[in-house]
Design a protein around this ligand. Structure first.
Ligand code: NAP
Length: 492
């Protein structure tokens, strides 16, 4: 029986440390390496190759060289590689879960959930690969014919964040492969190891050289810059902050790239007076505390009808105050560390400012002393509707509660943000669900549910939360382009 330390060391030793370019794991051209840390301890887990622009261009060369043959590869073959990768990841679920917990901090139980969720994008897209239909119709005039074909958009740059290291990669790689695109994947420098292992699994599943290239590096812009400037790149899919997304969209105009942008959120969690309050508290826990609050879908603002606010807030504070903070690898941990000290300091500054503006701390409210970047699960009551903490993504385990007076007030408060990704609604009244959802300016609504992500559903936002959708039948469309062939009257 191996000890936990031996198991971790063996897993880390199995993760490739090179850049994946044209099917080979290579050192960076500069010879430089990048250290990856455990946020629970601050210790170095591994050192991997640190890509530069030169490496990024070699990766794009490989993706371009592989594009034509991958596009011609039978959809069934593409689908079967994806299916095989789904199976391999499922078999190695414990490895992927532990690796994510080590490099990102989330509790193992949540990491296992992400493996299942992330792998599903490979299975879902293995099925979508063979169902990417075009159409053939007669023109309204009745003579000529219209043939509409779907084609892969071409070589893609996929940029992913650190918060869901596997799922954010599979959500892009799955549909891109299904559609017949080749790609350069750039994972976040804080959590590149999961992408390294994922790429090794894709190779094992039979993916041809050059189709998926992976370049992690310490300077994201030196990797993305030359790629976005190269007219051979045809698509950018980005998940990350709205501010970086805007910069990348501006750069993508140069070559008029197709873009998919999954950006930040500021999710309202609406609790109406008729809601089942116990169910709402459980939903709130899922929507707020999953991933330590480091999720774009995280409930950021609890908007509660004034008649039930005291009861809801007390129940929420009792549940959140009882959560166990600890290393993600320890049994019984509910809330792991934040990803880095900078993130923890930002969150504490938001809490301190809210308290100075009159909010009451009902649970937590402080960093946890000692190693790692832990923060106490926190509930703030009496938060003013215009408090700074309600205007931006908290991205941490902090739940601010404020009140509304009626439905119109709730909708107005919910929509008073530049973001429009996830929203949540607790009520027993189905007519209210439909009425309020229609007026909510959000790409997604959770109805009596604090968990809405699913590979079969179109995930994405409106307003400054982004463009495009990942998952569902919409997901693959982000990677295809439409070609229309006008056919002369065959009877003429
Ligand atoms: P981020 O700082 O915007 O980074 C995201 C990715 O962009 C990382 O790979 C990062 O690389 C790269 N990047 C950063 N600056 C860049 C630049 N100037 N040029 C090119 N690439 C650059 O975001 P994050 O802190 O990792 O992730 C948190 C954010 O992602 C939150 O706002 C969250 O809401 C959002 N998010 C959205 C979704 C969604 O589906 N809508 C899902 C998850 C997360 P390095 O990290 O290596 O610097």
């Amino acid at each position: 029986m191996k000890t936990a330390n031996e198991r971790e060391a063996e897993l880390l030793a199995s993760v490739p440390t090179g850049l994946l370019i044209n099917g080979e794991w290579r050192n960076a051209a500069s010879g430089k390496t990048l250290d990856v840390h455990d946020p629970a301890t601050g210790t170095v887990l591994a050192s991997i190759a640190d890509a530069s622009g030169e490496d990024a261009m070699a990766a794009l060369d490989a993706a371009c060289a592989a594009q034509a043959s991958w596009a011609r590869t039978a959809p069934r073959v593409r689908g079967e590689i994806l299916r095989k990768a789904f199976e391999l990841i499922t078999e190695r679920a414990e490895d992927f879960a532990l690796l994510m917990t080590l490099e990102m901090g989330k509790p193992l139980a949540e990491a296992r959930g992400e493996v299942a969720y992330g792998a599903e994008f490979l299975r879902w897209n293995s099925e979508e690969a063979v169902r990417d239909y075009g159409r053939f119709v007669t023109t309204p005039e009745g003579k000529n014919k219209i043939l509409v074909a779907k084609k892969p958009v071409g070589p893609c740059l996929l940029i992913t964040p650190w918060n869901f290291p596997l799922a954010m990669a599979t959500r892009k790689v799955g549909p891109a492969l299904a559609a017949g695109c080749t790609m350069v994947l750039k994972p976040a420098k804080l959590t590149p190891l999961t992408s390294q292992l994922f790429a090794a699994v894709m190779q094992e599943a039979g993916l041809p050289a050059g189709v998926l290239n992976v370049v992690a590096g310490s300077s994201a812009s030196s990797i993305s810059g030359p790629l976005l400037a190269d007219p051979r790149l045809r698509k950018l899919s980005f998940t990350g902050s709205t501010s970086v997304g805007k910069q990348l969209m501006a750069a993508a105009t140069e070559n008029v790239l197709r873009t998919s942008m999954e950006l930040g959120g500021n999710a309202p969690f609406l609790v109406f007076e008729d809601a089942d309050l116990d169910a709402a508290v459980e939903g709130a826990l899922a929507a707020k505390m999953r991933n330590m609050g480091e999720a774009c879908t995280a409930a950021n603002r609890f908007l509660v009808h004034e008649s039930v606010a005291t009861e809801f807030t007390a129940k929420l504070a009792a549940r959140i105050g009882a959560l166990t903070v600890g290393r993600g690898t320890e049994a019984g941990t509910d809330v792991g560390p934040l990803v880095e000290e900078k993130a923890r300091a930002n969150i504490h500054a938001l809490v301190t400012a809210a308290v100075a503006e009159g909010a009451t701390v009902l649970a937590g409210g402080n960093p946890v002393e000692g190693d790692g970047y832990f923060y106490q699960p926190t509930v703030l009551g009496n938060v003013a509707n215009d408090a700074a903490i309600l205007q931006q993504e908290i991205f941490g385990p902090v739940a601010p509660v404020t009140t509304f007076t009626d439905e119109d007030d709730a909708i107005q408060l919910a929509n008073s943000t530049q973001y429009g990704l996830a929203s949540y609604l607790y009520t027993k009244d189905f007519s209210r669900l439909l009425r309020v959802s229609e007026q909510l300016e959000f790409g997604m609504v959770g109805f009596n549910s604090g968990m809405i992500s699913n590979a079969a559903a179109p995930f994405g936002g409106v307003k400054q939360s982004g463009l495009g959708r990942e998952g569902g039948t919409e997901g693959i469309a982000e990677y295809t382009t439409t070609q229309y062939i006008g056919i002369a009257d065959p009877y003429a």
